[in-house]
Design a protein around this ligand. Sequence first.
Ligand SMILES: Cc1cc2nc3c(=O)[nH]c(=O)nc-3n(C[C@H](O)[C@H](O)[C@H](O)COP(=O)(O)OP(=O)(O)OC[C@H]3O[C@@H](n4cnc5c(N)ncnc54)[C@H](O)[C@@H]3O)c2cc1C
Length: 600
Amino acid sequence: MLDKAPNKKLADLLDKFGAALSAGDIDKAVTCFQEDCYWRDLVTFTWNIKTMEGRDQVRDMLLSQLAQTKPSNWAIAKGEDAAESGGLLEGWISFETEVARGFGHIRLKDGKIWTLLTTMVELKGHEEPAGFDRPMGAKHGHGKNRPTWKEEREKEAAELGFKTQPHTLIIGGGQGGIALGARLRQLGVPTIIVEKNERAGDSWRKRYKSLCLHDPVWYDHLPYIDFPRNWPVFSPKDKIGDWLEMYTKVMELNYWSSTEAKSATYDDKKKEWTVVVRGDGKDITLKPKQLVLATGMSSKANTPAFKGMDSFKGDQHHSSKHPGPDAYAGKKAVVIGSNNSAHDIAAALWEAGADVTMVQRSTTHISRSETLMEIGLGSLYSEKAVQGGMTTAKADLIFASLPYKILHEFQIPAYAEMKKRDAEFYKGLEKAGFMLDWGDDESGLFMKYLRRGSGYYIDVGASELIIDGSIKLKSGVDVKEIKAHSVLLSDGSELPADLIVYATGYGSMNGWAADLISRQVADKVGKCWGLGSNTTKDPGPWEGELRNMWKPTQQEALWFHGGNLHQSRHYSQFLSLQLKARHQGIPTPVYGLQQVHHKG
Ligand SMILES: Cc1cc2nc3c(=O)[nH]c(=O)nc-3n(C[C@H](O)[C@H](O)[C@H](O)COP(=O)(O)OP(=O)(O)OC[C@H]3O[C@@H](n4cnc5c(N)ncnc54)[C@H](O)[C@@H]3O)c2cc1C
């Protein structure tokens, strides 16, 4: 029989917490929390993405926000039961604010809140037309010269951006821009997405030939339309490109392909952007109120400037421009770098018959895909999880409920287990001279992704080629000089080369703001991504959330959206609601606007 006691305990706590908030008794509300507590808010109280750490920060936020948030109706979410194990009671909760409905997750220790996640689901009076409220589509009845759905769509497309202005302009129509565009469409926010490529999905299609997603299908769904049950676990890049193109069409997005944003300026007085975009050889000026850069967090290429690069007589390019291996059979290829792209490209070159050497300057973390899927993602994003009743929405929220400050503590044991399980594999890599790491604090791949967005490879086969020497390795060396037909390394050795691939990663997204708006605005908003963990490539101070992503920035009306498919899906919900509120003129007093400590 289901133990009802946890429900009673959680309901009692929620009653007490809710009553204190309703009474404006902040001290009492704060006593509902443990001393060591985390309240992660996705837009409901803070109009920001913000984690309050400890009672003092909770108090400070409530002092600033409670009066206008007016929360109410705290309850265990309908159809859910709290569960208790190992001294931890957890459950799903629902609540309301004056303007929105919220859903959340809570963990109690000793009857007090240890972690609280509050997320905005919808704005009251501005719900998405879904379920009982879905559009009719057909207009029953009759009338002379009634426009069809197609004619209405064509009219909208012909007028938006010309006769009428979009409220929101999204620059970049990769999966990030597309997912956000879909949500804004459902929320009725007039939006245009401009994409310089010819077709939606091209940002995937144009990557190197051998690329398949490194994350499995359960992690990758877009909002509204899940991949079908027979979709492959790891989408080949062209297949995901086609899916995005289909999605863009059926979700009725105003998607301007072959259109490049050239410049953007903000008028503080008019509260409006002027954005010049170029398509079909013509400049068009758009005047959106809100501007989102969804230009890719892995697309601002970091190309090194080595001495002598100009004198190289073979082919050389950044990994993002690598066409694939076909032209390099029998050629000598040098791949500079040792993370994901470097491994994928090196393996494909080897398969095509090239003689490949990888140059590894510093340590890299490697997780075997199979092990990562089981230990890292299995409980939330796997067929087993789905069969056990886990939904994508719940998995995303559970993931979001773990505060960044302590996330590494959950990751460290998982990676210790991986290290043990794949000990032979790691021994082989070390024997081949590969320099491994597990992150500064042994917390592995996902923390590296959040902290610096780089420094790892999810092994899908290339490591075996390094272990057996098929891909040659030069590690612990740097490039000293590029010569006409070779790469000279810091240890004095020289690698003959017909092809050099610089798999040297990507720069911070505010670099896009520098290109499009100004260096001054790029510096004003500062570095994107990273938590301020004071680990390699993620300098402190501690920020508590990813810098600048999906939340207000120091530049009014400028937003950054991106990340992997999981993040694009999940955080587009919260960015779209922030934009919708502004579209409707709903007050959005932002709490804890992030300070800028690093320029990029
Ligand atoms: C090799 C590699 C493997 C990856 N594997 C995975 C994976 O397995 N799973 C995963 O989730 N993520 C993966 N990623 C991360 C991946 O970059 C992102 O998931 C995805 O591409 C991000 O989507 P996005 O829309 O944010 O950016 P992008 O896909 O980079 O899209 C940005 C778009 O902006 C456009 N653009 C830029 N400037 C302008 C302008 N001025 N005007 C108009 N358009 C512009 C570009 O043409 C581009 O289409 C991988 C990345 C790389 C490089």
